[in-house]
Structure formats: structure tokens, C-alpha cells
Design a protein. Sequence first.
Length: 325
Amino acid sequence: MKCLLIQPIHPSGIQLLEDAGLEVIQASAADMATVADEIVDADAAITRNAGLNRAAMQAASKLQVLGNHGIGVDPVDVEYATEIGLPIAFTPYANVQSVAELVIAHMLAIAKRVRECDAAVREDRFDYRYTRDFREVSGKTLLIVGFGRIGRRTAEVAKAAFDMRVLVHSPSVAADEIEAVGFVPAPDLDAALGEADYVSLHQTLTPRTRGLFSRERLFSMKKTAALINTARGALVDREALVEAVETGHLRGAAFDVFETEPPTADHPYLASDRVLLSPHIGGSSEEAAERTAVQAAEAVLAVLAGRRPDHMVNPDVWDRRRKVA
């Protein structure tokens, strides 16, 4: 049996697949045209943010399972996979701590002007330390938008480490549940934006959330606040975001995610030194990468052995799943 890796995964996951007798093949490129050519005889596949589209699934007549390395599945054609009985297993817990830590790192980098300080020393501007443009995060207000596993962990770290006041906006989570874990429900997003010093996005991308942070919403944020996005790039109006930071309305912003990855050369964030960027590394710590790869590999092996994996994107497909003789 063969497993196609659409994008690289940690060696521990590969070893697990090979020890089980699978031939592991790395795709020569992650674009869907290449994948469609190379997935033809694969019994299983594992993808990351490249996803898997309809054309590639149609080319994969032997495919019995797709392992999704991580939480987000919007690049995967889940509807078509469900239609053809293709189980999609995913790893909802593996990268939670790693992404939460990146949010905190971005928040501190903006507060302490870490990138600017590095540049100042290298450019012989040591007096930059007298600009008094540095902040503490302790005691400040953090707004979490989306209270899933990562949002919840980020809130816990912020409160425990920095005694931050944490507001939570999450339409799918009851107010009493938010209060029970020590945070403040914020059902009115626009009102909460006027209170928060930092806003961290943790929502999935849906038709409802696409463009959620419009120009109006960005400029309704508290002046000198900062926006951190480790969720999905398309949640934010990118031109309006650049306007908000360049005019000084927002102290800064940090993005680990983009609508298209990698971002195109003309992406407006690349032209703004007030937007801190990272190449979707939230779940790429060594620890998280190993956990995610192992869990994705275990899920793939479970399906191939006829066992239901612990976490499925489309659980209703299990009883009518695709089986190849």
C-alpha cells in the first residue's frame, strides 16, 4: 500500500507508516495539478495547508483515507470527499500549545517592539531605547475571537502568565461556559473591540466569518490596540488592516496566515513594516510537528485497518466509506 505525502511531515510520522508496511511517497510539488498526477495509485494521503481538491480526488481511485495534518480543512473539498465516501481524519489537539505560544510571542514582540529594536542596534541607533515606545502586557485586556481549543489555551496562558483581563467572543459557546473557566463573555464583538488592547483571532473560515474584520471593524478597535491572526488570513480586510497600522490607529498587527500561501509578491502586508509576519509556523514547533505527524499517521493506519479514527471531519461517512478491493 502507498501513502502520498502532499507536503512534508515530521520523520516520526513517516517512520510509523513505514513500520506498518506502507510505501511513503513525497509529492514532487504541492499544487493540485501535480498531486492529481501523483496520487493515482495511492491508498492514503496526508495533506497540510495545501488541502486536496475535487480533481485530485477524482484521479485517486484507490484512495481510502485522507489524513489532514492540523485543524483547518478549508483547502480540502470536504463536500466532494463526503459524497464519494472518503473519510477525512484530522488532528485537532496536536498544535494547540504551539499556536497559543506563538500568539503570546507576537503579542510581546509588538508590545516590546522586538523587531524594531533589533533593527536599531544593527543600524547603530542605540538611542532607540529612549523613544519610550515600549509596553507591558501585564494587566492589559485581551479579546479572544473564537473559543475553540487554541483560543481557550491562549486565554489561559495570557491570564496565568500576565494577569490579563480576557474577553471572549464566541457565538457558539454559552456565556456561562466562558464564565466558568474565568473569562468574560463578550457577545457584542463591536463593543468588545473598543475595550481590548490586544485582539487574537481563532475562528474558522466560513462564509459568515470571511472578511469579519472589515475596515469599519478595524477602525472601531481601541486606538493603539494590536491585532494578531493565527487562524485564517481571509478573516481580515488586508488593505484596511494596512491602513489602520500605517495611520497609527493600531499599534501593530501580526499575521501567521494569509489568504493564499505563500503570499503573492504584491501582498500589501509585505510593504508595511508595521505588520509582523511569519510563514504559518503556529503548529510547526518540533514538538507540535511530531505530535501532529504521528497522530495523522495513526489515523491513516486505523482507517486502512478498518478501525474508525478518533477524530473525523466527516464522521457520517464512516458506515458507507470507500473500500477498495
